[in-house]
Ligand binder design. Structure first.
Ligand code: SF4
Length: 369
């Protein structure tokens, strides 16, 4: 076994209770949420209905999904007792995403470009084609995600952030990197990762958000029971979050900055804090969560402390990975004078301050940091 703590971590009662849904899906005791969505019939013609009517149907079905999931979670009902719908809640979500793709509002940039025609590009510079940079079982993620045989990680090319320190810049900043994949190919990859023993499907990049249409289409073709993990910068739009809320079993969001000024300067994104906070709240209401916070040098007061305080007040059920591995990379390496504040590793004192502050706030970080 490559990571013994992938097993030992489950002896921790707090981890077991805070990640109880994910743990049950991982052990095949409960069905993944996307499989539940397939069992909820949709009563609307997905081709001829207007986008507005598709959303009305989504609003109708979402509470039905939540009720069914609660009954499954409580052990009142088993999914196998229900029939598979020919036109389901999951099909409805895919139909909605394909409409949204023609005036793209997948994320907070709300570019409104037609990514199917692809004549104009939005902030992510992507058309409708999803490209995969790589995929493999990852053993470097948090202990509950790695288990005995790894996290089935799929790296999507492209991103809507421009982080000056990105360590995956060759994937995130070059959306034409990698190989094209449609829903069927993605489902095959997910299925083969499960076959190899992966405990979850870890959707990451770059950033998965611009690829939502392909990701949910992939779930339509996938019949394996495997937990879906959203590993994201949490800059999705509210409609995208509504679609995601019913299919993601465990959230692995990044909460980077404690204010908009740092986000704009270092990642070139506007309205960061309110967007990330809103999406973390939606995720917290809709599943298990491990929040990542990367400690940046010289950003303890402006970023680390406000982020940890917000998490303690608004996401009390979340585990938090306080990450100490920042190192200068990408544009920070090539122009260290421009990014002087983050042109070094965080000090031992800075990391200790972050841990002490998290402890004062009652945040549980030790099992996943
Ligand atoms: S995914 Fe976001 S950045 Fe890309 S086109 Fe859509 S709204 Fe714009």
């Amino acid at each position: 076994m490559l990571r013994p703590n992938g097993v030992l971590v489950w002896q921790n009662e707090i981890v077991r209770s805070r990640l109880s849904w994910y743990h049950a899906v991982m052990r095949n005791q409960k069905p993944a949420k996307f499989l539940i969505c397939k069992h909820i019939p949709c009563n609307i013609n997905l081709t001829s209905a207007s986008e507005e009517d598709l959303w009305l149907e989504h609003e109708r079905l979402s509470p039905i999904f939540k009720d069914l999931r609660t009954r499954i979670s409580d052990g009142e009902i088993k999914l196998t007792e229900r029939t598979h719908s020919t036109r389901s809640f999951l099909d409805l979500k895919v139909a909605l995403l394909n409409r949204m793709l023609t005036h793209c509002n997948f994320c907070e940039w709300n570019c409104k470009v037609d990514r199917v025609k692809g004549l104009r590009k939005g902030a992510c510079h992507m058309d409708a084609t999803t490209r995969l940079a790589t995929w493999f079982r990852h053993f470097g993620e948090e202990a509950p995600l790695v288990g005995t045989s790894g996290s089935g990680t799929i790296f999507f090319a492209g991103c809507m952030f421009r982080c000056a320190f990105c360590q995956n810049w060759d994937i995130s900043q070059y959306p034409l990197n990698g190989v094209p994949a449609d829903g069927r190919r993605l489902a095959l990859i997910m299925s083969s990762l499960k076959e190899e023993g992966a405990h979850n499907i870890n959707l990451v990049g770059g950033e998965p958000t611009p690829n939502l249409h392909t990701i949910l289409d992939g779930m339509r073709y996938l019949e394996d029971n495997i937990a879906m993990l959203w590993n994201s910068d949490m800059y999705a739009s509210v409609p995208a979050m509504k679609i995601l809320a019913d299919v993601i079993d465990i959230w692995l969001p990044d909460f980077k900055y404690g204010n908009d000024k740092c986000a704009l300067r270092l990642s070139k994104v506007p309205r960061y804090f309110q967007t990330a906070a809103r999406n973390h709240s939606i995720a917290h209401e809709n599943g298990d969560m491990i929040i990542r916070h990367l400690v940046l040098p010289n950003h303890i007061k402006c970023c680390t402390k406000p982020v940890l305080r917000w998490i303690a007040e608004n996401c009390p059920h979340a585990l938090v990975n306080i990450m100490d591995q920042y190192r200068p990379d990408y544009q920070v390496l090539s122009d260290p004078e421009k990014y002087a504040d983050i042109a070094r590793r965080p000090t031992v004192e800075e990391i200790a301050t972050a841990y002490e502050y998290a402890s004062e706030l009652g945040i549980i970080y030790e099992p996943v940091s």
